[in-house]
Structures are given as structure tokens and as C-alpha cells.
Design a protein. Structure first.
Length: 286
């Protein structure tokens, strides 16, 4: 019965693993719902902010505001990569890293010096493994990012852009479309490109002036862009983890069915053999 005992041990092991994956699936579902609520709450504010900037934008204003400055030649750029601190989320982090590598390769092929800023243990661990220098790293941003986290990530880069030390800033993150669709995207944060207005042009009464309003709104717009990237990446991480753990649970169920059938066949074969030996022994005694 050694094979039977071995099969029972494997069945027990798979059952324990299934409990873990099912629990992680439920936890990820709960976290994804909260993260999705933050994404939905952040989008209307970002759209309204972009509409205001688009309405105020004009070429002569762009010349007076450094954040709107379009560099004549790009010499140095910064890339912010957002990943997670934990794994067990399928190809979520691998896709983000792949997108960041593509952005860096494209910039470097054009002769641009790239400073890489990484958020999350997974991205940091990868680039350390391949020997790529990282300009800065953050592993303290959890499942509930705040506006202060976004400020800490981007304010130093904004100052470098204003002084001319940087010519562009990109952020690579997971865009949360749904629980099953979180593609990696790369958005240009700086220089600020006002989004195209949809619908009728709004007529604003400006006080104190367009210059004063833009001086406040432009840094806020940049921080809000990074904040949205953070919350969408968290939602995408939980969605990817939920899908991965559901697939693992389903695979465990399929494996259990196979192991139980194999165990029952082995047990039936052993019982049949024991009966045959008893019958054979009884016939030999007659």
C-alpha cells in the first residue's frame, strides 16, 4: 500500500494548497474592489483638471511656464516604473518590466540618457539582477497609495525638469480597464501636453489670472497623473492576483480529481489482489 499512502499524501498536500489559493483569491477580490473604487473616484477629477488646463492653454502662455516647455532636443529623460512588492500575480510584473525596458531601449537608441526610478520590490529586484543602475527606488508604497506618495515620487523630477536637467518624464504603469484587462502603458508626464477637449469649449471667468491659475494647476496636474498611475497599478495588481489564484484553485481541483481516481483504482486493484490470494489459498487447502 506504499503507492496508496503516497497518493493520499499528495492529495492532502494539494488540498492544503487549494485552501491557500482560494483564500488568496478572496482577499485579492476584496482588495481589488476597494482599489477599483479609488480608480473610479480619481478619474473625474483628472478629467476636469485636464479640461481646465486645455481651456487656459495658449502658445504664449506655454512660453512662460517651464512645465509646458517642449525641448528642442531630448538629452536626458526619467522613467518611473510602477510594480508591486509581492508576486503570485501571473505575468503582471513581467509585463510592466517588459514595457519599461522597451521605453528605455527606444530612448537610448535615440541617444537619450535615461534615469530609471523604480517603485516596488519586483521591479527593483529585476533591475538589480540584470545589473542596471537605478536612480531611485521606493518599496514603502502599499495597497493604498496617497497623494503624498505621488508628490514624493515626482516633485524632485519636476524641479529637475524646470532647471533643464531633464527633458522628459515618463511613467510606466498598469492601466485598469477591468479585472481581466490591465495592460502596461507608458505615459509622458513632462512636458505637460494638455489633453484635447471633448465637446463644447467652456468659457471660464478667470480670477486672479490665467498665469496664476496655471502656476498652481500644472504641478497639481503632474502629481495627479502619477497618483492615478499608482491607484490603477494597485487595482491591476489585485485583479491579476485574483485571476492567477482562481486559475490555481481550478488547477488544484482538476489535479485532485485525477489523484482521487488514481488512488481509487490502486485501492481497488489491491483489494482484488487480496481477494484472489485468499481464494487461491482456500482452494489449495481443499
Amino acid at each position: 500500500m506504499a503507492k496508496g499512502r503516497e497518493l493520499k499524501g499528495r492529495i492532502k498536500s494539494v488540498e492544503n494548497t487549494r485552501k491557500i489559493t482560494r483564500t488568496m483569491e478572496m482577499v485579492a477580490t476584496s482588495k481589488m474592489k476597494r482599489a477599483q473604487d479609488r480608480v473610479v473616484a480619481a478619474r473625474p477629477y483628472a478629467i476636469a483638471l485636464g479640461d481646465v488646463i486645455s481651456s487656459l492653454y495658449s502658445p504664449d502662455l506655454a512660453e512662460r511656464f517651464p512645465l509646458l516647455r517642449q525641448p528642442t532636443a531630448m538629452r536626458r529623460a526619467a522613467v518611473i516604473l510602477l510594480t508591486s512588492n509581492r508576486g503570485l500575480a501571473g505575468a503582471f510584473n513581467a509585463n510592466l518590466i517588459k514595457e519599461a525596458r522597451a521605453v528605455v531601449s527606444r530612448l537610448e537608441s535615440d541617444g537619450v540618457v535615461v534615469d530609471l526610478h523604480v517603485v516596488g520590490k519586483k521591479g527593483l529586484g529585476y533591475f538589480r539582477y540584470v545589473g542596471r543602475n537605478v536612480a531611485s527606488s521606493r518599496i514603502d508604497i502599499g495597497d493604498n497609495p496617497t497623494a503624498n506618495d505621488a508628490r514624493g515620487l515626482v516633485d524632485g523630477l519636476v524641479q529637475d525638469f524646470v532647471t533643464g536637467a531633464l527633458d522628459a518624464v515618463y511613467v510606466v504603469y498598469a492601466k485598469f480597464n477591468s479585472a481581466l484587462s490591465t495592460p502596461p502603458v507608458a505615459d509622458q508626464v513632462l512636458p505637460v501636453t494638455p489633453p484635447r477637449q471633448s465637446g463644447v469649449q467652456k468659457d471660464y471667468l478667470l480670477f486672479p489670472s490665467a498665469d496664476a491659475i496655471l502656476s498652481e494647476l500644472l504641478p497639481l496636474y503632474v502629481r495627479n497623473t502619477v497618483y492615478r498611475a499608482l491607484v490603477e497599478t494597485v487595482a491591476g495588481e489585485q485583479g491579476a492576483r485574483r485571476t492567477a489564484m482562481k486559475n490555481a484553485t481550478d488547477n488544484a481541483n482538476d489535479m485532485l480529481n485525477i489523484l482521487r481516481r488514481t488512488y481509487n483504482r490502486a485501492r481497488q486493484a489491491q483489494i482484488t489482489q487480496e481477494i484472489a490470494e485468499i481464494v487461491g489459498g482456500a482452494a489449495a487447502l481443499e
